[in-house]
Design a binder for this molecule. Structure first.
Ligand SMILES: [Zn+2]
Length: 109
């Protein structure tokens, strides 16, 4: 009975640790520059959950909405650079393809 119980607890701990690992890395935890606990990386959340499950799992569940919101905001934001660029063959300047010629030396294609 006792060993059944601890087997069950291990199942819960390992199972929720795997879920935290998948969830935190999916949400890019620690990469959103949120400050404080929300900047904890997925690897640290995973290790913490495994080693200090009773403490770290609740902390993760409390922090998760913040990480999720930041992740969602990033998904919604357009990519930083959408304008295709071309490199001048003469002076090697990068310029937008909206220009026919290199704006710097007016020679390259
Ligand atoms: Zn040029």
């Amino acid at each position: 009975m006792n060993s059944d119980m601890s087997g069950f607890l291990w199942f819960i701990v390992i199972g929720s640790t795997i879920l935290v690992a998948l969830d935190a890395s999916h949400l890019d935890a620690g990469k959103h520059k949120l400050g404080g606990m929300a900047d904890t990386s997925a690897a640290v959340w995973t290790l913490g959950t495994l080693l200090l499950w009773i403490v770290v799992l609740p902390l993760y569940l409390i922090t998760r909405p913040k990480i999720l919101a930041a992740w969602k905001a990033e998904q919604a934001a357009p990519p930083a650079v959408t304008i295709p660029q071309r490199r001048c063959a003469v002076c090697e300047t990068l310029y937008d393809t909206q220009y026919d010629r290199c704006p710097r030396c007016a020679k390259g294609e």
